[in-house]
Design a protein around this ligand. Sequence first.
Ligand code: AQP
Length: 346
Amino acid sequence: MANAQERVFSGVQPTGNLHLGNYLGAIKRFVELQDRFDCLYCVVDLHAITVWQDPAELKRSIREVAAAFLAAGVDGEKHIVFNQSQVPQHAELAWVFNCVARLGWLNRMTQFKEKAGKDRENASVGLYAYPNLMAADILAYRATHVPVGEDQKQHLELARDIAQKFNNDFAASIAEHGLAEKFFPLPEPLIAGPATRVMSLRDGSKKMSKSEPSDASRINLTDDADQIAQKIRKAKTDPLPLPEAVEGLKDRPEADNLVGIYAALADSDPAGVLAEHGGSQFSQFKQALVDLTVAKLSPITAEMKRLVADPGHIDRTLGRGAERAEAIASETMGDVKDILGFVRRT
Ligand code: AQP
């Protein structure tokens, strides 16, 4: 089992259209890490409201993400599955981090620039401060490892900077209270494998994303076998056959993407996939990819469907998870208050 000091935290936003990128870049990895670490997996609903959400849709989406975790194989009894808004310490610690992080650090965040777009003045303050909340999510549990897709790397680096600055700024108070010198660990991103950045099926230069208007750009975790087949058959490719070796994927983003997806689903790597399929025409390879994707996703899709049909069960799982999460986070927050010099309620 896990080293007592090591803990995994990660989250997924309930913003609809969960897709293959979320599965391969995050949720599949969550399942793989369960044997090595104590894990907390969170439906990060506070993050979702950094852009406007329809309330009824948000509630449906929170349950759907929780169902996806469980259907993919996350063990909600052994580990902790919960939604962020049920544990108030996330928002509380995020405020402290708003006062630790520097404006200059946040100004460098590329995701804010991409999401705010040209209408920056009209973006919510929450969208700007999003990485501070993400740091709070992780550090409220003093998590040491964070499985995420490549797109979250910069936010993880910021979480490390915040942890480091807090530890430095309050070193004397941390020592005075008899707490570990590295009060907050510097969390390590776990970004590995062939699908850390799954790209759009329509454009190999853009990442597969929930908010992309074209549904054909992504495989949703709710798609049935026919939809998956259609989307993969129509996926953009180039006219050449698949290369025999990995070097041949260079400058062929669409081929690279499909091979990466195949490798991740098959628990292989691009070299292994090309050893089997190198030289094939795309029509042939795409059929193999359809078969593999359907075989891997359909049991998950079916289980998700079964779970979302019983929202009471999901809500109880989330509620129990939140109680267990809060027990850890409230202890951290108590220490943080002591460190900062707040007077605690007696
Ligand atoms: N295309 C991707 N490839 C690999 N990993 C990905 N992730 C997201 N897209 C890809 C990883 O999935 C986890 C959950 O992501 P999220 O829902 O919290 O936020 P996101 O990264 O903003 O996801 P989207 O789908 O791209 O949503 P929109 O369109 O709203 O921006 C994270 O670990 C993420 O790295």
